[in-house]
Ligand binder design. Sequence first.
Ligand SMILES: Cc1ncc(COP(=O)(O)O)c(C=O)c1O
Length: 266
Amino acid sequence: MSQGPIPKSWISAIHAYVPGKSTGADGRPLIKLSANENPLGTSPAALAARADAAGPHRYPDPDSKDLRRAIAEVHGLDPALVVMGTGSDELLNLAAQGYAGVGDEVLFPRYSFSVYDIAARRCGATPVVADDLDYGTDVDALLALVSERTRVVFIANPNNPTGSYLPKGELERLHAGLPGDVLLVIDQAYAEYVAPEDDDGGFALAKAHGNVLVTRTFSKIYGLAGERVGWGTGAAGIIDTLNRIRGPFNVTNNAQCHGDGGGRRP
Ligand SMILES: Cc1ncc(COP(=O)(O)O)c(C=O)c1O
């Protein structure tokens, strides 16, 4: 028998994502605080909206139009500049895939979200890890590693797993130091845990520049991790790129449901 198909060398080099434990030694279910599963559960209003979702026999709206409109309204964004993902994980992977490949570099700080390394390797790019500063993001260390091959920089702000946080001025300094053709991904999975006065200015950067993608998720504070719904916003060119390569029906009927009637189809 032949040995079968041979995976790309960069795929074989990936260490698959290691999820936290969801059951204890005695078999009891655990709330995964390491993944910030919401220990309070899901809002009853979200559960009620989900009860009205279109049936599983129907394909969901491929463009998640109602949900994008609702998100845009809440955050003062242009719905055309919002892209949906199967969790923000999908968008992080698509950001790397859309802009980096073999021979390119994807840069991120040590002790940040483990998906960045996988996202880089999935598309054949080389992950480059900048030293941390006392477990936080070191802007100077990142900028020192930017090379002609750098295509994407990932920052989790606030960061997982260290909980560190880059203030607005530092994020702006990082962006200002990057060439315009390098994509800065500001992963705001935990943005809702930051006081409004400490906003890192990610949306403003994404509105003002053509090379910034901000990603958000319903998995954490909204207690909807199981529905896999994430979103991102950035310049039209970035949103167009991600829409070209995302799954065509990547947000389920349940996940598209919201209080204003979105996702309800006969
Ligand atoms: C920093 C960070 N970004 C993104 C994600 C992905 O979240 P999801 O795919 O559920 O939206 C996580 C989840 O643990 C995270 O910690």
